[in-house]
Design a protein around this ligand. Sequence first.
Ligand code: IPE
Ligand code: IPE
Ligand code: MG
Length: 231
Amino acid sequence: MKTPRHIAIIMDGNGRWAKKRGLPRIMGHKKGVDSVKNIVTSCIKFKVEYLTLYAFSTENWLRPKREIKGLFRLLENFLDNEIKLFHDNGVRLRIIGDRDRLDARIRKKIEETEAETAGYGTLNLNIALSYGSRQEILNAARMLSKEVKNGRLQPEQIDERLFSKYLYTNESPDPDLLIRTSGEMRVSNFLLWQISYSEIYVTSKFWPDFREPDLEKAIEEYSKRERRFGK
Ligand code: IPE
Ligand code: IPE
Ligand code: MG
């Protein structure tokens, strides 16, 4: 079986998972963290090199304050609880997104975890937080314009490779496989530049129900696909 080098996942359906059971949405998010742990462990086992998880979008800031607070508390706990897993398995954590919007305590925790795991790379775990792909692209365009304005760069020098360097994902190859759970057929402002030629796999399972066998199924399906890259 051909294993994708980089898997990106839009983890969707936590709210619906909870609603179906008459539980508050936050319980769906809590259960969703168990899926994150399971999938991180599975990726280590399957020797996936990069895993990028969409945890919180720029648009998700429009959700009720209480839900947002709950989500960030879960993230904080996740980082506290899994640091041992990261050390034991050589997992390097990177957070991609607009850090300026995160509160200082979370930012500090993120920076600490990133620094502590910076020497690893068996699995590169990217968590997209306060992430929006259009904002990411605009940000890159702004930084490049400044370089041109300051005379450090000629417009002709801007090619795909250079442009990619200015994205949050600059240290990761493009995703081979993009998975979305809970049946929605849309990309919701996730990695628009990077998924140009990714294979897309949508499952109707809600994220809290998505576990290793489901990932295996997605990889199996991926390995049957013929990637032509326009050729
Ligand atoms: C995904 O689940 C988690 C986040 C977007 C934070 P949702 O919260 O979007 O769950 P649904 O889509 O409402 O079921
Ligand atoms: C996408 O899910 C964002 C994350 C999974 C973090 P949403 O639930 O926010 O997306 P829409 O609203 O269905 O497009
Ligand atoms: Mg959703």
